[in-house]
Each structure stands twice: as C-alpha cells, then as structure tokens.
Design a protein around this ligand. Structure first.
Ligand code: SF4
Ligand code: FES
Length: 317
C-alpha cells in the first residue's frame, strides 16, 4: 500500500509515494555553552613550524550521541528529503545545512555510511543497508568466514533465517564531514577551507592593465585546460575523502589546490609561476601523498587526484 506521508520531493514539489521505511542514524552534537566550535590552534602541527594555512579541526567539547529515526520513504528519495521530513514531522532540533537542493551550492556535504557526499544527490536506494544480523546471513560471511554454530542472542530464536521486516529498506548512518570541526549535529565549520582557497588568490590576475577595447580571446584548447576545474563548488567532499586532510595533518587540501590549478591553467592569468611557488610548500602540494581518494566522490566529475598529480609535475618542472 502506498502511504502518503506528505513527503514531497523538495526540488520539484512532486509527491513520491512512500511505501517503504528506513532507519536514519544521525551522529548528533551540541557544543558546550560558551565555547567556540573552532579550535584556537592546530593540535597536529609542530609549534616550531606553524601552518600558513591556519588551524586544523580540533575536537570541540560538547554532548555527542547517536539518534535513530524511522521514517516512511522511497528508494528514489534523497537523504536531504529524509532529513527535512524528520525535521518537519519528528524532531525540529535536528541541524543540517543545505541551500540549492540540486548539487550546485556545495553546502550540504556529509559522511553517509562511509562515503563523503552531498545530502541532496544521495538517495535512499543507494545508501540504505540491511545489517547482516537482520538478514539472518550473519556478518561472518561478509568477512570470508563460514559460520559453524549459533551463539549468544542467536540461540534464543528458532532455527532458520531471521524474519525480514516488511518494506524496511535498512539503515543509513549520517555523520559530519571528516576533516572539519563540527559546530552542531551535521553542520561543520568550513571557514578553514575557504581561508585556504582565498590564500591562493582565486581570481584572474593580469600583468598589465586590461585594454577595455581589446577582447582577451582564448582558443577552445586553452579553455578546455581549466573549464572543468571552474565547475568546482567548494563542497569539501574531496577534503573529507583525503586521508591526509581528514587525518588532521597540516595540508592546504585538494579543494584549495583545485582552485589554484584553475587559474594556473588559465592562459589569461599572468601569475602562474607565482601561484606555483605558492603551492610548492610543505603544507601545499608537497603534502599530497597521491592516495587519489579525492577523485572518487567529486560531485562535479573532477578527477581531483589526477589534477594533484599534474600540479606535482608542474612544480617539479
Ligand atoms: S573538487 Fe569536487 S569534491 Fe572537491 S571541493 Fe570541488 S566540487 Fe567538491
Ligand atoms: S543543497 Fe546545494 S549542493 Fe546540495
């Protein structure tokens, strides 16, 4: 039976019939009163070599807990729709950030299960998982072990597979984006990332005063060198995926380096060498360990890891 819960697709306003349910587990955080969420200093950098990129995320004090919500939903519903539904129907105190709802503003990056991604593009069908203990398969098969007997709580129920909950799609875990200081629930402090982007002067700098009567023409080949990079929405998903950045090491981060690369590759910019010198630092491109995890989830299709590699080659040249 299709149950109408009043759940609408936030983008189109259309009604989606919600005949399934899902459990959403949210990592919640309320900061301690009177404390700024932002750490005052980098707990990871040595005091003798302060980072030119500012502070790294600390662990602000406050109350942390995991809250579970069960909602009626559908496979195609976005996780953002689910959180809006929870806020509207069950818990107005839940905090998360979003703006456009279309993968364009980059404000709603979080960690869903183990994947950094955007709330507004991730769907229930992609992320809901029935835990192994609910399917009756046992978790051991997933790890390559064969089950030889029933133990513990297993023994208190009859033999055979555990009955499945009808229409239940499973569990989705949502946490704040790694590598960023949590401010409240799923909202993180993105100031450090934007400070790092600003440090690399994310705007055209020409050598001479532009002649208002002259067009600054580019060939299609020149445009193609930076066109994709200019689609970056500074969502921070690549930073949350990067083990160096999210691990708390002092690193400008891939989003800032993508912003620098966009102008290094622009034939109209007159400061490419200066930009390369700016990123050729221990906290800059030299901190990149070419793990390439940053490429996996970029919502704008940028091969971030390949761009990092191109920057390494450029500074070496
Ligand atoms: S490169 Fe991709 S993942 Fe990284 S900030 Fe830009 S849009 Fe987001
Ligand atoms: S809300 Fe704008 S990108 Fe998701």
């Amino acid at each position: 039976m299709a149950i109408s819960t009043g759940t609408g697709d936030h983008a189109s306003g259309t009604h989606i019939s919600t005949d399934s349910s899902v459990t959403i587990r949210v990592a919640r955080f309320t900061p301690r009163q009177g404390r700024s969420g932002r750490s005052a200093s980098n707990p990871f950098a040595s005091s003798s070599s302060p980072s030119p990129f500012g502070s790294r995320p600390g662990r602000p004090r406050g109350k942390r807990w995991t809250q579970e919500y069960r909602i009626q939903t559908a496979h195609e519903q976005t996780i953002l729709d689910c959180l809006l539904q929870i806020k509207r129907e069950q818990d107005p105190t839940l905090n998360f950030r979003y703006s456009c709802g279309h993968g364009m503003c980059g404000s709603d990056a979080v960690l869903i299960n183990t994947t950094p991604t955007l709330l507004c593009t991730a769907t229930v069908g992609d992320f809901a998982k029935v835990p192994a203990e609910e399917t009756g398969d046992g978790g051991d098969q997933d790890r390559g072990f064969r089950r030889t007997g029933r133990t513990g709580a297993d023994q208190s129920r009859p033999e055979g597979p555990k009955p499945k909950r009808t229409g239940w799609l499973g569990v989705i875990d949502i946490k704040p984006l790694p590598g960023f200081t949590p401010l409240r629930d799923l909202i993180v402090d993105t100031d450090t990332m934007f400070d790092q982007i600003r440090r690399f002067h994310p705007y055209l700098r020409e050598d001479a005063e532009p002649d208002p009567d002259m067009e600054n023409l580019q060939t299609p080949a020149q445009l193609s060198k930076f066109e994709l990079l200019s689609n970056c929405i500074a969502c921070g998903v690549c930073e949350g995926s990067c083990p160096v950045y999210a691990g708390g090491e002092a690193f400008a981060g891939p989003a800032a380096l993508i912003a620098a690369s966009r102008f290094i590759n622009d034939s109209r910019d007159g400061h490419s060498q200066e930009r390369l010198d700016d990123i050729n630092q221990e906290d800059g491109i030299l901190a990149c360990e070419s793990v390439r995890a940053c490429s996996r989830q970029c919502p704008r299709g940028i091969d971030v890891g390949e761009e990092m590699w191109q920057l390494v080659e450029a500074v070496n040249r």
